[in-house]
Write a protein of this length. Structure first.
Length: 261
């Protein structure tokens, strides 16, 4: 599935480049026809409009890229925060009565196995949802057991330390679930593509052909725009394309290994 996403995004970027090049050529030919029909052969006027469109395109690319990079960093930070919260709660189990610790620790192991499974199954969303459901079931069972122990007199010392930390790790799990669904609205993607196409048409119109074209400038503009759109899409879906956060998942796997069987 990851390979499919990469292929699709690369094909989409290539298709965008091709359409941009086509519109650039159409704009250039339209400018040539206008010059041929104008008695004084004046160059097409419209630098203000072209500059405004290019400025808006650059602003939208920067805005979208910044948002994608910010969400990518936030996803990595949430992984680290969840691992830290689980690790802290795991250590605070030592404050529970000795007889209650094995059941709680076993519940932690099952819960963490399910949490690891949620993201290991991606981008298979159906399998990931099943693992998420299992993690929620394990979460409810673990919380019920921990609360029952902490309500006893022997579990009172852990009440103010273990339960808040467990609540934090559950909150972070929910925040990660919500965060993975956070992406720009479809209208932002549509506007970005439309601006790139309009900019190509206006660029071609502002650069009429005589005998030669500056293909370096043309291809640089089209190529950098298509690459920027591709990288933004890859950042937005870091478990599907070439840009990945799976390296950060390893710290959760390492934590689970440290818990034993």
């Amino acid at each position: 599935m990851s390979a499919h996403f990469t292929l699709y995004t690369l094909l989409a970027a290539a298709g965008l480049s091709l359409v941009m090049l086509t519109l650039f050529t159409l704009g250039s030919r339209a400018a040539d026809r206008r010059i041929a029909l104008t008695p004084d052969h004046a160059a097409p006027d419209g630098g203000v409009v072209t500059g405004s469109v290019f400025g808006l395109l650059g602003l939208l690319v920067a805005f979208t890229f910044s948002g994608a990079a910010s969400r990518f960093d936030n996803r990595r930070e949430l992984i680290a925060k969840e691992v830290n919260a689980i690790g802290t709660a795991w250590m605070r189990i030592d404050m529970l009565p000795n007889g209650a610790q094995p059941a709680i620790r076993d519940g932690f192991r099952r819960y963490l196995d399910a949490r690891i499974g949620v993201y290991a199954k991606l981008p298979d969303e159906a399998a990931a949802r099943r693992e998420l459901k299992r993690s929620l079931d394990e979460q409810a069972d673990l919380w019920a057991k921990a609360v029952a122990v902490c309500r006893t007199d022997s579990g009172a010392p852990a009440r103010m330390l273990l339960l808040p930390t467990m609540n934090e790790m559950f909150d972070l799990a929910e925040e990660r679930t919500v965060n993975i669904r956070m992406h720009p609205p479809a209208v932002i993607w549509l506007m970005l593509i439309l601006l790139a196409l309009v900019a190509s048409l206006l660029a071609g119109y502002a650069m009429p052909t005589s005998k030669k074209r500056n293909w370096l400038h043309i291809l640089a503009f089209i190529g950098t725009t298509a690459i920027a759109v591709y990288v933004i899409a890859d950042l937005e879906y870091p478990r599907r394309g070439l840009i990945q956060v799976k390296d950060f998942d390893q710290i959760m796997v390492d934590l689970r290994t440290s818990m034993g069987n």
